[in-house]
Design a protein around this ligand. Structure first.
Ligand SMILES: *Cc1c(COP(=O)(O)O)cnc(C)c1O
Length: 376
């Protein structure tokens, strides 16, 4: 049996090696390393895939979030509401821009922003809401967008873990996550559902003015060379990465389907285990399983991780410390910031290997490892 890994990008590469190698060689021979044709091509292909008007590539997902906030032209001290239960990149950029992260609770079923908590956290200073489609499951966007509209607040979606996820509105409309709010952000970090062979990211928007502003900010605040209108940054997607992403985008649906079938296997395998809650899926969306995350309800999560490790079955805790308990945010940890659901999830969650290359033997081995622990 192939060794178990949280992600297996090497085996995945093996299946597309000829096409990827040729795409990289083409870039090398063209020497168009910066903003080459593959970057424009990829942005256009991704815009078509997502049915969104503008895709602006950038250097990584963290930059995408930072640029999105910069594009909204906020003032120091303005408040940005975001879940505490997310990867640090979501919240770090808020503080970096001298804005105030306001941490809210997530729903214990879907691990995403709780709309009731969101509405309670809104103040006169709230300028943006950053929901996260965590683990590949969409946040309840219909409710979040309705609240945002009522208060006139912009929504930036952190779609780094959910590229390809479908959202179904009550009126029958179907859209891709990341295209629902004012701006969507994603990451092409190698382990993401659409992963490059290095860093990469992108922003999505249907708003022409915002797209122009984003483009300008990502390019030193200039729209005409050497004329800098706003303070920006230097954030580009390498041509080599764009060329590789072009090869992989064609397979994104197939990759997400492979993740979904591994998740279906786990869901069936663990359905009867009283101490486990398998990941739930809301009827309003699909699930692209960036992570397969269980809740261990008998207090033995860390013991399970050790038991699995002894059998060479990897697992991860995403994330061991929620934002509102991170040292870097000490200044924002107020009395009001009590998030019991987030704290509980932090103690209960464990993620199992999930990727496009898991075979039956590997899945059965992981199943046996988990079930044996609860028999022991
Ligand atoms: C990966 C990730 C990011 C950041 O992406 P990078 O490309 O690593 O900068 C942001 N938010 C979430 C939820 C992520 O999972």
């Amino acid at each position: 049996m192939r060794a178990l890994q949280m992600v297996d990008t090497k085996t995945q590469y093996g299946h597309i090696k000829d096409e990827v190698d040729q795409a990289v060689l083409d870039v090398m021979n063209s020497s168009a390393f910066i903003n080459g044709p593959a970057v424009r091509d990829f942005a256009a292909q991704l815009a078509t895939y997502l049915s969104v008007k503008h895709v602006i590539p950038c250097a990584n997902g963290t930059d995408a979030l930072q640029i999105a906030l910069m594009a909204l032209d906020l003032q120091p001290g303005d408040e940005v509401i975001t879940p505490s239960f997310t990867y640090i990149a979501t919240t770090e950029v808020i503080a970096l821009l001298r804005l105030k992260p306001v941490f809210v609770e997530v729903d214990p079923q879907f691990f995403c922003m709780d709309p009731v908590a969101l509405e309670k956290a809104i103040t006169k200073k709230t300028r943006a809401i950053v929901p996260v489609h965590l683990y590949g499951h969409a946040a309840p966007m219909q409710e979040i967008l309705a609240i945002a509209e009522r208060y006139g607040i912009a929504v930036i979606e952190d779609n780094a873990q959910a590229i390809g996820c479908d959202y179904f509105f009550d009126n029958g409309q179907k859209k891709k996550t990341g295209t629902l709010g004012a701006i969507g952000c994603t990451s092409f970090y190698p382990s993401k559902n659409l992963g490059a062979f290095g860093d990469g990211g992108a922003l999505f928007t249907n708003d022409d003015a915002l797209a122009a502003r984003i483009q300008m900010i990502a390019n030193h605040g200039q729209s005409k060379r050497y004329y800098h209108d706003v303070v920006g940054c230097n954030s580009r997607l390498d041509t080599i990465q764009a060329a590789i992403l072009n090869v992989k985008l064609k397979r994104l649906d197939q990759y997400n389907a492979a993740r979904q079938s591994a998740a279906d296997f786990y869901n069936r395998a663990f359905a009867e285990c009283a101490s486990l809650i398998t990941p739930q899926k809301a009827s309003y969306c699909s699930h692209v399983y960036h992570q397969y995350t269980l809740r261990v309800t008998n207090g033995r999560r860390d013991a399970l991780a050790e038991f699995l490790a002894a059998r060479s079955i990897p697992s991860m805790i995403y994330y061991p410390v929620p934002g509102h308990r991170q040292k870097m945010f000490a200044a924002f940890q107020t009395e009001a910031c009590s998030l019991p659901v987030t704290d509980l999830l932090t103690e209960q969650v464990i993620s199992l290997p999930i990727h496009t290359e898991l075979d039956q033997e590997q899945l059965s081995c992981i199943e046996a490892g988990v079930l044996d622990f609860f028999k022991s």
